[in-house]
Design a protein around this ligand. Structure first.
Ligand code: SF4
Length: 324
C-alpha cells in the first residue's frame, strides 16, 4: 500500500468540562476517542454519523486547527502533531477546509476578491497586484462565479454562491487535502447537487483528496470512495462506499441506512428505529457504547467489552462483537 496523504493514529480529543473559565475541570467531553484513519491522495473519504458524534472535531484535528489530547497526525509523511507553527505553515497551505455555513465563515467586511486573495498573500504566492487579480479572476471563474464578483461583499450573494466563494478561497493556495465540513447541509436541495458536482469536478481536475463530513447519506454515497461511520467519538465501521451501502456490518450503520429513502422498491430496507438519544459523550456507556440502543446487544458481552475495529472482509472494518 502506498503512503497515505493523511494518517491519524490513536487520535483522541477530550474537552475539559468546567463551570467557569477558571474553575477546575469536572469531567471531559470525549469528542474523539481513539481514531485511526488514512486518506489516500486523490480519494474522498465520507465521514457520517449523528450530530455530536465527533465528525467535525475529527476533521479539525486532521488539519491541526485544534490540538489533540493524544495520538498522532501525519500529513505527506510528516508528523504534524507537535510541529512548531513556523514549520507547519508551509504544510497548512496544502490542507484546507470548506465550512458548513458559508456566510458565517466569510468576513462580511472583506470583498470577495480580498477573501479569495488572502491565502495567496499570506503564503506569498503572488508577486504583484496584477498577478493577484488575475489569480482571483481565474479562481472565481473556476468555481462558476464572474470576475466582477470580486468587488462585491458576501451578503450580496446567495447561499450557493457563498459556498462557491468558500471553495475558491480554499483552492487559492493549491491544496492537496480539503476537509469539507457539511458543505451542502445548509443549502437548498436544488443547489446541493451543483456544489457536489463542482467539488467532484475539481477533485478530478486537481487530484484533490477530501474528507467529506456529512449526515446526508445519499450525498456521501455519491461523492465517497470509502466511508467511515462514527458513533460517540469512535469509528464503528469503515469500508468502500459500495460495500458499506450494500451490506453494512455494524448494527448502527444498518439503522442509519434503513432510514435513507431509496428509489428502487426492490431494494427498500426494513426501517430499523434507533431508540433513545445518543448517550452523553461525557459518560459514554461501558463496553460497546452503542449497546443501550442496539437491537442485537448481548448482555454480559456488549455491555462489558469494548469491540475493537476489526476486518470483517477485505478492506471492510467493523467495531462489533457480532459482525461477520
Ligand atoms: Fe450491538 Fe453488541 Fe455489536 Fe455493539 S457489539 S453493535 S451492542 S451487537
Amino acid at each position: 500500500m502506498s503512503d497515505p496523504l493523511v494518517e491519524a493514529t490513536g487520535l483522541v480529543k477530550h474537552f475539559a468540562l468546567r463551570r467557569g473559565l477558571f474553575s477546575r475541570a469536572r469531567g471531559a467531553v470525549r469528542a474523539v476517542d481513539g481514531v485511526d484513519l488514512r486518506v489516500e491522495a486523490g480519494e474522498t473519504v465520507g465521514l457520517v454519523g449523528e450530530s455530536g458524534c465527533g465528525k467535525s472535531t475529527l476533521g479539525r484535528l486532521l488539519l491541526r486547527l485544534i490540538e489533540p489530547t493524544s495520538g498522532r497526525v501525519r500529513f505527506e509523511g510528516t508528523d504534524i502533531t507537535e510541529l512548531p507553527e513556523r514549520r507547519l505553515r508551509p504544510l497548512r497551505r496544502r490542507m484546507q477546509i470548506v465550512f458548513q455555513d458559508p456566510y458565517a465563515s466569510l468576513d462580511p467586511r472583506m470583498t470577495v476578491g480580498q477573501i479569495v486573495a488572502e491565502g495567496l498573500q499570506i503564503h506569498r504566492m503572488v508577486s504583484s497586484a496584477s498577478e493577484r487579480e488575475a489569480r482571483v479572476e481565474a479562481l472565481l471563474r473556476r468555481v462558476g462565479l464572474r470576475p466582477e464578483h470580486a468587488r462585491r461583499y458576501p451578503h450580496e450573494f446567495s447561499g450557493g454562491q457563498r459556498q462557491r466563494i468558500g471553495i475558491a478561497r480554499a483552492l487559492a493556495v493549491e491544496p492537496r487535502f480539503i476537509v469539507c465540513d457539511e458543505p451542502v447541509s445548509a443549502l437548498d436541495v436544488s443547489i446541493q447537487a451543483q456544489i457536489v458536482n463542482l467539488l467532484k469536478d475539481l477533485q478530478e481536475e486537481l487530484g484533490l483528496a477530501y474528507l467529506f463530513v456529512a449526515h446526508d447519506l445519499n450525498v456521501v454515497r455519491v461523492v465517497s470512495r470509502r466511508v467511515a461511520v462514527m458513533y460517540l467519538g469512535r469509528i464503528v465501521e469503515l469500508a468502500d462506499a459500495g460495500a458499506l451501502f450494500d451490506r453494512p456490518r455494524h448494527p448502527y450503520t444498518e439503522a442509519l441506512l434503513s432510514a435513507v429513502p431509496v428509489p428502487d422498491p426492490e431494494r427498500r430496507r426494513l426501517r430499523i428505529l434507533l431508540e433513545g438519544d445518543v448517550p452523553s459523550p461525557v459518560a459514554p456507556p461501558p463496553g460497546c457504547s452503542f449497546h443501550p440502543r442496539c437491537r442485537k446487544a448481548r448482555a454480559g458481552l456488549c455491555d462489558v467489552q469494548v469491540p475493537p475495529l476489526r476486518a470483517v472482509a477485505p478492506g471492510h472494518f467493523a467495531a462489533c462483537h457480532l459482525a461477520e
